[in-house]
Design a protein around this ligand. Structure first.
Ligand code: URA
Length: 232
C-alpha cells in the first residue's frame, strides 16, 4: 500500500500537487469510489485514473535496439538520449529508468533499461559474469594471434593496471569479428583493440546474457517481463 499522491507521482503522472488537483477534479477512483484524499494509502491494483488503470505500477524492464547518435545519459546537454525514445511518462518516473551499463554514442544494439531497484548493480556486477557479445568492424583484419591475446587475460588497457579478464575474439572473416566480454570497463572493446594498434569502426552489441534482439528493429524497444531479471 502506498500514498496515492506518491504512487502516481512516482509513475510519472505529475507532481504530487498535480495529482492532488486530479483528486479534487474527481478523476481518480479507488475501488470504484471517487478518491477524496491524496494521502490515502492505496493498492495500485485498485486505482483508476480517468477510468484507466495506472501505467505499469510495477518495475519496468525494457529491451532497446539502440541506434547510433544517442547517449545513455539523462543530461540533455550531452545530446539526443536513448531515454527520449521511451514514452514521456516513463521518462518522469522515480526511481528513474536507467540503462544497464552504457553504450557509447556511436555504438548500436542491445541495451537494457530498468527502474527495478538493484537491477543495474545486479546485472553489471563483475561477480555475475554476464557475457556481452559485440560485433565489430575494424580498420584492418584481426591478426590470428589476437585471439590468444584476448583469451589469456593479460591485455592491459591504456591507463589501467589490472589486465582485462579473458575475453573471446572470434574473427568472422575480413575486418569483422565478434567479441564476448564478461566485464564492462569504460570503452572496453574500443580500448582492447586500441591496445593492439587497431581502431573499431563499427560496434554493435548483439547479446546480453541470454537476451538477443530477435527481430526488434533499430531504434525500437519492447517491454520484457521483470521476472526475466533472474534468468539473464
Ligand atoms: N565497448 C566500447 O568500447 N564501447 C561500447 O559502447 C561498449 C563496449
Amino acid at each position: 500500500m502506498r500514498r496515492l499522491d506518491q504512487l502516481l507521482a512516482s509513475l510519472g503522472y505529475g507532481s504530487r500537487r498535480e495529482v492532488r488537483e486530479w483528486v479534487e477534479a474527481g478523476r481518480i477512483t479507488v475501488r470504484g469510489v471517487v478518491a477524496d484524499d491524496p494521502g490515502a494509502r492505496v493498492d495500485p491494483a485498485e486505482v483508476l485514473i480517468d477510468a484507466q488503470p495506472p501505467d505499469h505500477p510495477g518495475p519496468l524492464l525494457i529491451l532497446l535496439n539502440k541506434p547510433a547518435g544517442r547517449v545513455c545519459s539523462h543530461d540533455g546537454a550531452e545530446g539526443p538520449s536513448v531515454y527520449d525514445l521511451l514514452p514521456e511518462r516513463w521518462r518522469r518516473r522515480n526511481p528513474p529508468v536507467t540503462s544497464v551499463g552504457r553504450l557509447d554514442k556511436d555504438t548500436t544494439g542491445l541495451l537494457l533499461l530498468t527502474d527495478a531497484s538493484g537491477a543495474v548493480h545486479q546485472l553489471t556486477s563483475p561477480r555475475r559474469k554476464v557475457p556481452k557479445v559485440y560485433r565489430v568492424v575494424l580498420d584492418r583484419e584481426p591478426a590470428p594471434q589476437w585471439v590468444e591475446l584476448f583469451a589469456c587475460g593479460t591485455l592491459v588497457l591504456d591507463g589501467e593496471d589490472s589486465p582485462c579478464l579473458p575475453a573471446v575474439l572470434q574473427p568472422l572473416g575480413g575486418r569483422e569479428a565478434e567479441v564476448t566480454l564478461i566485464e564492462g570497463r569504460y570503452h572496453q572493446v574500443k580500448r582492447m583493440f586500441a591496445s593492439l594498434g587497431c581502431s573499431v569502426l563499427e560496434l554493435d552489441r548483439i547479446r546480453f546474457g541470454s537476451l538477443d534482439l530477435g527481430n526488434l528493429a533499430r531504434g525500437l524497444w519492447k517491454e520484457l517481463s521483470i521476472n526475466l531479471l533472474d534468468e539473464i
